[in-house]
Design a protein around this ligand. Sequence first.
Ligand code: SF4
Length: 347
Amino acid sequence: MTSSSSKKDIRVISIKEIKEFMINNNEKPFRAKQVYEWLWKNSAVSFEEMTNLSKKTRELLNSNFVINSIKINSQQKSKDGTIKIAFGLFDGNVVEGVLIPSSDRVTACISSQVGCALACKFCATGQFGFIRNLNFDEIYDQVVIISKTALDNYKIPLSNIVYMGMGEPMLNYKNVMKSVEIITSADGLAMSPQRITVSTVGIAAKIKQLGDDNVKFNLALSLHTANNKKRNSILPVNEQNSIKKLIEALKYFHSKTNKRITIEYILFKNINDSLSDAKELADFCKNFPVKINIIEYNTVEGSGFSKADNEKMNEFADFMKSKNLIVNIRKSRGKDIDAACGQLANR
Ligand code: SF4
């Protein structure tokens, strides 16, 4: 399905272009700033809401533009408080975002693509293939809606954002960067980039580009094994982005940004949970400052992967700690509503 309107989405044009439009239509140029604030700071979903503009100006905008905001199609709340939201896009596609409350923070996990082309073997999203990239305003809207959901449900503002939902953010680089720009801008949500983490499964060239762009947000690598052969079999993306290439790219990223890298490691039973896997991970982590998140897996039907035993999980974490590495065990959240890592697939 395509957009029912041939009008342009006003949020994809710059404030400068809105200004030009105003001037060409005999409107005062300062109206552009008012419109821009309504669009981003106030997240207006219609021109009617822009009450400091005259009716005539609102009608002018309405007959030339649309606002392709996303909407909530459905919402599910887990026993542990996690809330999964299915977002409807203007073209009928659906992506998912998750609100994860914990004792000291509320995190929004957001999507960057409709589907995903990378087909990681354990992932529900990857099983459905790639449909399209999300535009930056569609990424931004997820944050705005999840932020409002946090206030409505828990009376606390959103504290963190992770780009860890559907899709590979580095394969939608431009829109991801632009969405961060607006989330952190005073014209948008004015959030600190320190509270944002972009997670990649490891696209070496793009990790280097992040370094060149000297990003201020955090980078997480979904590594899951530091053994090249094993990684090829679990994450097909590794065939072009080997462990060696990733080390080189992450060293470069660190040299440019001086940032600690988060390593995400889902522990799968009898696949990557042995002591020799832990040793390989420790060797990988010697190359740059890291923080390791060991993540409990949630079984995805038909994937052939299962969750490692708790005992193995603790042994694995203890080994990492014995190497003076920072390790956190992340128990899975929202399992009962398929909101956990690797489970987002519009079910
Ligand atoms: S884990 Fe991430 S990169 Fe891999 S298939 Fe799933 S969504 Fe894509």
